[in-house]
Ligand binder design. Structure first.
Ligand SMILES: [Fe+2]
Length: 418
């Protein structure tokens, strides 16, 4: 997404590379780098220094921290390791802005990132400008041989920053949702329009399919090795579950019917007093939802959003259906059978986030990127309205814990009936 204020259409098409096909390698790396770095700042643009330092829960990070952490990533993994003589901008920033890389040294406690009042937002801007200039100079001085070797690292850094761009929106939405006056991140923002389509069910091509990333174009290590999997017989819903569908579940007592829920899920729903998706508020005028544009009436035709895996699973059971596996989702998406696969909401699958057969984390600190999280989480497929343009792939594996619902998460159903 390049402009959330005008994000009225979907979907975002999968794009295998952030680099253009023309110009020198240094020029292509510079263009892609500056475009992605600029998008981070554009997303932070509507936010005041006070907005930028709020951490509304341990899972969400302050905007200022996202801006600084993505900058540290370039210092730590590109400049620090491949640009001899580079001196870090500030000796304390590696401790403050390392996220979870044990191999990269000690780091500040994650749940207290909102305590970091200094450096201020303007100092983080100066930090970003310093590192931007150093990286661009490095691209132009390094020579094609070294750049060719480092291009995959650069592309990983760009994709890393794009992941944080999505988190910047989900995290500030959570922060604003705690504010009684329901601030708007962007008053002109609108939920992307889903594909009206023909609806109904699509029948998957039953058989043994190759799952996972099959080329050398950019991918995260968790998308490989490509491997074979038996898929079907199964039908998948062409469309996403809508708010109208969800209201029917609520009206039928879905949140109060224990037999529809996993035990952990019903405990979460009870303890957290869930009676509707995240950010929904019951008002005298009916249900409203906190959005990037502030509080808005529920759009019955829009995909349901901000539901946890537990809720998605309960809804599927209430519907007499199931959640698809990630393999089924991938086969259907590859065949072009799914409407709104990308650009609206991430779609929960019932596949646990586990390594593909033969998976090995990559060597070095970046091996901590994905592999160490492969337990107790579930895979989501597709992409959301907050996913940056050029960041989506059919083989992309997003993952969150089953109680999480501050991301832009929804679902589509699977049917294993005759
Ligand atoms: Fe990160």
């Amino acid at each position: 997404m390049t402009n959330p204020a005008s994000a009225a259409t979907a979907p975002v098409a999968p794009n295998p590379s952030l680099f253009s096909n023309s110009g020198t390698l240094a020029g292509r790396l510079t263009d892609a780098f500056l475009a992605v770095r600029g998008e981070t700042e554009r997303r932070a643009g509507p936010l005041s220094p006070e907005d930028q330092m709020v951490q509304s829960m341990p899972d969400a990070s302050p905007t200022k921290w996202h801006r600084a952490h993505t900058t540290w990533f370039w210092e730590q993994f590109l400049l620090g390791q491949h640009n001899p003589g580079y001196v870090p901008f500030h000796p304390d920033y590696a401790f403050l802005f390392n996220s979870y890389y044990v191999s990269a040294g000690p780091r500040y406690v994650r749940a207290q990132r909102g305590h970091i009042t200094r450096p201020g937002a303007e100092e983080v801007t100066a930090y970003r400008r310093h590192v931007d200039a150093a990286v661009v100079k490095f691209f132009h001085d390094a020579g094609d041989k070294m750049l060719a070797r480092l291009a995959p690292l650069v592309e990983a850094g760009l994709n890393h920053e794009q992941q944080h761009q999505e988190l910047m929106l989900t995290d500030i939405l959570h922060a604003f949702a705690q504010n009684p006056i329901s601030p708007a991140y962007d008053g002109s923002w609108r939920f992307p329009t889903p594909n009206a389509g023909v609806g109904g069910w699509i029948t998957l091509n039953q058989g043994i399919h190759t799952i996972g990333h099959q080329s050398d174009s950019f991918h995260f290590d968790n998308e490989k090795p490509a491997h074979r999997a038996l898929v079907g017989p199964v039908k998948l819903a062409r469309n996403l579950v809508t708010n109208a569908n969800w209201l029917a579940f609520m009206d039928d007592g879905g949140y109060r019917t224990a037999t529809l829920w996993l035990m952990d899920g019903f405990a979460a729903a009870t303890n957290e007093e869930w009676e509707a998706p995240g950010y929904w508020h019951k008002t005298g005028d009916g249900w409203q939802v906190m959005t990037l544009a502030g509080l808005r009436p529920i759009d019955r035709d829009a995909p349901v959003c901000h539901v946890s895996y537990y809720e998605a699973d309960a809804f599927a059971r209430w519907s007499g259906k199931h959640l698809p596996t990630e393999m089924e989702w991938e086969v259907a998406a590859r065949a072009g059978q799914l409407d709104d696969a990308f650009g609206l909401v991430w779609q929960w699958t019932r596949s646990s986030y586990s390594p593909y057969p033969g998976y090995c984390a990559i060597e070095g600190a970046l091996g901590e990127y994905n592999g160490k999280f492969m337990v107790n989480q579930f895979v989501l497929r597709g992409s959301s309205l907050a996913t940056p343009e050029g960041h989506s792939r059919i083989t992309y594996r997003n993952f969150f814990y089953p109680h999480h619902r501050w991301q832009f998460t929804g679902l589509r159903l699977a049917d294993y009936g005759a």
